[in-house]
Design a protein around this ligand. Sequence first.
Ligand code: DC
Length: 230
Amino acid sequence: MSRTRPIVAIDGPAGAGKSTVARSVADRLGFVLVDTGALYRTVALAASRAGLPYAAAEEVGALAESLVEKDAIAFLRDARGIRMTLAGEDVSDSIRTPDIGMGASTVSAHPRVRAALLEMQRQAGRAGGVVLEGRDIGTVVFPDAEVKVFLTARPEVRARRRYDELVAKGDTRMSFEETLADVQKRDAQDEGRAVAPLRQAEGAILVDSSEMGVDDAVEAIARLAREVSR
Ligand code: DC
């Protein structure tokens, strides 16, 4: 398929700075940003509200299929940026809790959940001029993306960022050690699952943000995108 503007795929573990980097890259290039983790988080929220355990593969899978079929999961663009909606309700803030993050990691291991969300992601990116961030964009969703990046950082660095973010929001329920344990558990789940595990895609460039500032990472990725746009 020919695209006049590229697809930029940014994958990596939780807390590597993907959201910040992806947003800045999209802004700089004038591309649309698609946060695919928000889709899994919304399925987790819907499961939680329906009283389903995250681990219930078939029930949560059926729920995800029905939500997608009814167009109940959607991105909405407004003055505050891109919002996530569930049956018309803005859930952008409700999906940003540690419980929903862990729930998203659990529900994302279910094959039916992944299959239900796959086509949505492909439609969102197909035309190009888009930055997609997630875990399997370069390996499964768009293996033919023109720019593929695997953005990572050491677990301690990622846990420190997560912890500082929570504290800044006034959430002091978790200690730094608990946050680190959470990050390591999520890594193990995301890397260990049978379907679409988190790994560096073939042809993806490794960017380690442990020592590098956000601006440098953004600049490096934006440069790659400009090169393939010519
Ligand atoms: O990026 P995030 O923390 O919002 O993602 C939440 C969970 O969703 C993550 O632990 C794994 C899952 N996920 C996935 O399996 N595939 C994606 N493309 C994006 C997220």
